[in-house]
Design a binder for this molecule. Sequence first.
Ligand code: AP5
Ligand code: MG
Length: 193
Amino acid sequence: MFNIILFGPPGSGKGTQSEKLIQKYGLKHLSTGDLLRSEIANQTALGLEAKKVMDKGELVPDEVVIGMISSAIDANVDAKGFLFDGFPRTAAQAEALDKLLALKNAPIAVMLALEVSEEELITRLMKRGETSGRSDDTNMETIKARIAEYHKKTTAVADYYQQFEKVASVKGEGSIENIFGALCNEIDLRKEQ
Ligand code: AP5
Ligand code: MG
């Protein structure tokens, strides 16, 4: 198994690049944001609770997303590997993920971190808000809250994987194809080992 984390602030291009990476490497895409939005669309109790938190730009509780990821891993026993997008987002989530993957004897190979300036993040998210239907994209206050939450709680995840020398930073500005190429280079370096 070959497992990757695609990391970065809101709007850094995790979803965009994930689509391309899973095709090239045959990985299963696990995005906690997508899983939560599907719970909202299905109007489940979990989805209704999560929506209140997401609309404020805050993180949903660790136990909720860890439970979702644990079920998704168990539901995909035949996967060649997983691409985690938007998870883990706290140090506690990172520790929980490592424990889940240790059970499968399939650790994280690399955490790819997309680097994008705050100005560019805001421009991208405001633009997407015009068409996405995502309620957390529609106002500047929520977008800024999401970025603040990232600095407060999520950058700790990079520190966590740095101690195992698993972090590779990639510039997330420029053309989608060039960024994809840079991400593939980092993956291929690790696959050859
Ligand atoms: P989530 O769905 O994960 O959203 P996010 O991290 O805020 O990021 P986005 O999905 O908005 O951006 P992205 O990095 O995927 O970029 P994208 O490719 O879309 O989380 C939403 C919420 O769910 C959270 O706020 C939280 O409440 C909750 N949640 C989720 N996971 C959680 C967890 N683990 N723990 C707790 N709570 C959790 O690109 C953005 C835009 O830019 C697009 O319009 C795209 O077309 C454009 N774009 C992409 N690349 C480029 C480029 N190179 N140049 C120009 N434009 C580009
Ligand atoms: Mg996304």
